[in-house]
Design a protein around this ligand. Sequence first.
Ligand code: BTN
Length: 243
Amino acid sequence: MSYFKINKIDAIDSTNRALKRQYHASKIVHGEVLWALDQQKGKGQRESRWVSEPNKNLTFSVFLSPEKLALPTVFVLNCWVALAVRSALISFGIPTVSIKWPNDILSENKKICGLLIENLYRGKKHNGSIVGIGLNVNQLEFSDLKRASSMQLAAGRPFVVEEVMMKILENLTVYLTSGMAVSDSFSAFNKALFGLGEKRSFLAEDQAFQATVDSVNEHGELILKTEDDQYRTFQHKTVEWVY
Ligand code: BTN
């Protein structure tokens, strides 16, 4: 029996928003998945939009409840989701799949998937997570988004979107149920990091600088080694990749 219960719908504003509405109405259970064929107002990171051509891509969200799944740290969920998507893409033959901190999955140096994990709190207590996954599967045109790609563009053949989603969910089930040690999850995540050990350009507080990607720590912060051999730690949204 599947760990997840999948609800497929033709169209919605945003699967993340819809699950949040269900959460606030107390009409949601652990493992519920909302999969939309046409997501019309997709939500991206940093208040951006996630635009996805209808019927060609995957746009779905999963609700997880800490009552059923005690997370050792909130960030470990990001690791598991990113690793589950990455393994699925590798199993479909997508070349050079890496995780670009904090939430992008790339093939070569192009983004094919974005993750939006929204943690919900009651007071200070973690009360649920909505895991949103937007994966470009068979879309071929991205107009002005030069760094965007899809599975089909990367592999040169189309894919059945449902098969891709089922593979991601199968992989995610393994992470959620295997009791994998947090340290092993972090090291697998770090090994898959885009730019690991490479000198890259960044922007923080309006200052451009070059630094070597060192690792991501257990709080989900990016650690960079600067040109004067200092280690600097950045929280989400305090540094941008320039590339
Ligand atoms: C990003 O900006 O890279 C994150 C994009 C996340 C998009 C997915 S699509 C399914 C889910 N529903 C949303 O509204 N957003 C996420």
